[in-house]
Design a protein around this ligand. Structure first.
Ligand SMILES: Cc1cc2nc3c(=O)[nH]c(=O)nc-3n(C[C@H](O)[C@H](O)[C@H](O)COP(=O)(O)OP(=O)(O)OC[C@H]3O[C@@H](n4cnc5c(N)ncnc54)[C@H](O)[C@@H]3O)c2cc1C
Length: 385
């Protein structure tokens, strides 16, 4: 926001940014309030993203992707979605492209790749990942959803909760127990399809924020899943989750910085307009210092995130680094949210103000993708190794 040079982006990236920004202004921002009322984005919006190549930027061209092996393009999409302040879409679309799709790209059978990837890239199919259960969130090894080996297929029983994109989901990466014991080797990943008998969805939850997000429960009642839908090797699911969660945490961190910048920008505009004691509230030292503190912290966050994007591009981002980014940037986002609401006074508490929505939407960033306490555990594990 100071205009500190961002050395990681070249002209191609900036051109891409312009097209993303124009798309968001036309196809996302005007619909967000309606999507919040509907508790989900429209299916049509997914297809429009697909038509423009914004789903699966890094997916190979053979499946309809853009085949761009450069995470910077993905980072731009996440950043621009965050800067729009539309948090529901800013979380749901990247979850599909950058969190769910990598599981298929890295571990799915050829048959499953051919069946699902083209539809996910076009926006016809929406993806979700289901780890959390009513009885197990942070403690992933405590999950109970079972998959029984029946020879040529598995039979899945159990339930998942708090699943992002859940209500609209067409294909779900589901973490299951292939052995009923407490061990990382007992967890496997399966692809469950919306058309499989016995797979049901709950209604979208009434959440504190992220109202345009169709977070819901998923139920599995004797669901027959063909072995072709197993991701990678049976018993390796926990390892795959730990590997892929690094990118998920980076995605959350990038969205956090951009949403923080969105709130600060809205607040700068607001304090210049609002008057108290016959002067602009931007003239009070408290306002000026708060804005300066937030600006300084967000600039630091932006440059730190840029560095992590480049590290990830080089394949050097490890679990502890991603955890530190998620922890750092989401704590900052929530701090900025609180200060920005305060500077708006009562208006900051009114839903029609972007900053009020952004405040409500921010809180969960410290909870999902691994709570920030779990992030600190992962960082500590590396330090103390
Ligand atoms: C809006 C939303 C969207 C979500 N999307 C998804 C999704 O798409 N897919 C999915 O699988 N899940 C999703 N989740 C679930 C989310 O990842 C979990 O809520 C989260 O991992 C925490 O699990 P829990 O809710 O069971 O809390 P718990 O694990 O019960 O934790 C409760 C508290 O205990 C603390 N705690 C737990 N263990 C430790 C420990 N070892 N050390 C210190 N403190 C600890 C936690 O940090 C937390 O403060 C979503 C959640 C929400 C709210």
């Amino acid at each position: 926001m100071f205009g500190l040079p961002r050395t990681l982006y070249n002209d191609d990236h900036e051109l891409f940014r312009e097209s993303v920004r124009a798309f968001i202004e036309k196809e996302i921002t005007p619909h967000n309030a309606e999507w919040e009322k509907n508790k989900m984005v429209s299916r049509e919006s997914w297809k429009k993203l697909g038509e423009n190549g914004f789903l699966g930027i890094q997916a190979p061209e053979e499946y309809g992707g853009m085949g761009i092996n450069d995470f910077r393009f993905t980072a731009i999409l996440i950043e621009e979605l965050g800067l729009s302040g539309c948090s529901g879409p800013a979380i749901g679309y990247p979850l599909h492209s950058d969190i769910v799709m990598p599981y298929l790209l890295h571990y799915a059978t050829q048959g499953a790749k051919e069946k699902y990837l083209p539809k996910m890239i076009s926006g016809e199919y929406i993806g979700a990942v289901a780890m959390t259960e009513p009885g197990a969130g942070s403690d992933l090894q405590g999950i109970r959803t079972s998959a029984e080996d029946m020879g040529d297929h598995y039979v899945v029983n159990g339930s998942k909760t708090f699943i992002t994109n859940g209500y609209l989901s067409d294909v779900v990466v589901v973490a299951v127990k292939t052995e009923q014991k407490r061990s990382s080797k007992a967890i496997s990943l399966l692809l469950v399809d919306k058309d499989m008998a016995g797979f049901k969805k709950g209604v979208p939850f009434e959440k504190v924020g992220l109202h345009a997000q169709d977070t819901c429960e998923l139920f599995f009642d004797n669901v027959k899943v063909p072995k072709e839908n197993v991701l990678g090797k049976v018993g390796e699911g926990f390892k795959y989750l730990m590997t892929e969660l690094a990118q998920e945490r980076l995605v959350v961190a990038l969205a956090a910085v951009a949403l923080g910048e969105y709130m600060l920008k809205s607040t700068i505009e607001y304090v210049k307009e609002r008057k108290a004691f016959e002067k602009s509230i931007s003239e009070f030292q408290n306002t000026r210092f708060k804005l300066a503190e937030m600006m300084a912290a967000l600039e630091q966050g932006r440059i730190y995130s840029d560095h992590l994007v480049m590290l990830h591009n080089e394949g050097k981002l490890d679990s502890a680094m991603a955890s530190a980014a998620k922890y750092n940037m989401t704590e900052l986002q929530c701090k900025v949210a609180d200060e920005c609401v305060q500077l708006h006074g009562g208006y900051g508490y009114m839903w029609e103000y972007g900053v009020a929505r952004a405040y409500a939407d921010a809180r969960v960033q410290r909870i999902y993708a691994g709570t920030n306490e779990i992030m600190k555990e992962l960082i500590a594990r590396k330090i103390l190794k």
